[in-house]
Design a protein around this ligand. Structure first.
Ligand SMILES: Cc1ncc(COP(=O)(O)O)c(C=O)c1O
Length: 305
């Protein structure tokens, strides 16, 4: 993070001052990307700060770590409690982004990371509002392909995976787009650099399978539940590139991005070129839910205060 966030960082079970939360340069993760992480949000509301789907995020961290035999020395409950305690310790009353990270420490240069390798877990929190500015974003299809389960599995939220997302993001920004959409190795739509993707056609909502190299997004699952609750049909299936150009609406989902309409792809206007009404209804419902405005979905929220 460029700027200092909260005064304290949770570091292997202790609160450490931001300035003192340091690691040796020989840290394995810095050399080989051997780290897994999460991105979580806390939303300020009238009366509280609510952490969105905290348990689901920490459970995904555990699953990601398991793929690489990166030992996580804390239970899901410990990490959930630690997250809430960190926000309290930092006296955070505003909306925040929370970044738990588990990384391999001083393991040497060899690549045989096992569950005996030294690992550390930190949780960092900092104030956060909007990721994408504006009413809708422009996207391009990247010339880079999404990493594959046959190489570095996209289902594990591993630090090293993000080199692929960085290449795609750099290319899209260089070419004047807000975001990139990546195809999988078979040429089907996979996901955006940091979000899952949904396509709306004839009032039905489609999203790629995990097998199309997509992350098991928690916002994806939330958006699917919200859409189904509104009576929309949501179908997981492969999406060919050209279908993006034919879509009535496209939206992306992710913790940072939340629910964001894509209003053009490769210069093709999507639908009317403005946010479509299905996207709007899901986006607005999501915004109410995360701030504690919908009783039915309060189970997704962990109050801090
Ligand atoms: C590559 C990628 N896909 C999808 C997502 C969306 O996942 P989530 O909704 O769990 O934040 C993210 C963000 O974490 C991501 O980095």
């Amino acid at each position: 993070m460029k700027e200092k966030g909260g005064e304290y960082i949770w570091f292997d079970g202790k609160f450490v001052k931001w300035e003192d939360a340091k690691v040796p340069v020989f840290t394995h993760a810095m050399h080989y990307g051997t780290a897994v992480f999460e991105g979580i949000r806390g939303y300020a509301s009238k009366d509280n700060v609510y952490v969105f789907r905290l348990k689901e995020h920490v459970e995904r961290l555990r699953r990601s770590a398991g793929v690489y035999s990166i030992a996580l020395h804390h239970s899901v409950k410990e990490l959930c409690d630690a997250t809430v305690a960190l926000l309290k310790k930092n006296n955070m009353k505003q909306s925040v982004y929370i970044r738990p990270l588990t990384f391999v420490g001083l393991h040497g240069i060899d690549l045989n990371v096992t569950d005996k390798s030294p690992t550390h877990t930190v949780i960092i929190a900092f104030p956060f509002e909007k990721y994408f500015k504006g009413e809708g974003i422009s996207a391009c299809v990247s010339s880079w392909r999404r990493i594959s389960d046959q190489s570095t599995p996209p289902l594990a939220k591993a630090a090293g995976n993000y080199l692929n997302s960085i290449l795609a993001t750099q290319e899209s920004h260089r070419n004047g787009y807000d975001e990139s959409i990546l195809l999988d190795m078979a040429g089907n739509v996979s996901e955006a650099s940091g979000e899952n993707i949904f396509v709306v056609r004839n009032k039905k909502i489609y999203t790629p399978f995990f097998a199309d190299s997509a992350l098991e997004g928690i916002t994806r699952e939330s958006a699917m539940a919200i859409a189904k609750g509104m009576g929309y049909e949501v179908v997981e299936r492969p999406i060919p590139r050209a279908e993006l150009y034919m879509a009535d609406e496209i939206f992306l989902t992710g913790t940072a991005a939340e629910i964001v309409p894509v209003t053009s792809v490769d210069g093709h206007a999507i639908g009317s070129g403005k946010e479509g009404h299905i996207t709007r209804s899901i986006r607005e419902a999501y915004a109410r839910i995360v701030t504690g405005g919908v009783r039915e979905y309060m189970g997704w929220l962990t109050p801090v205060w």
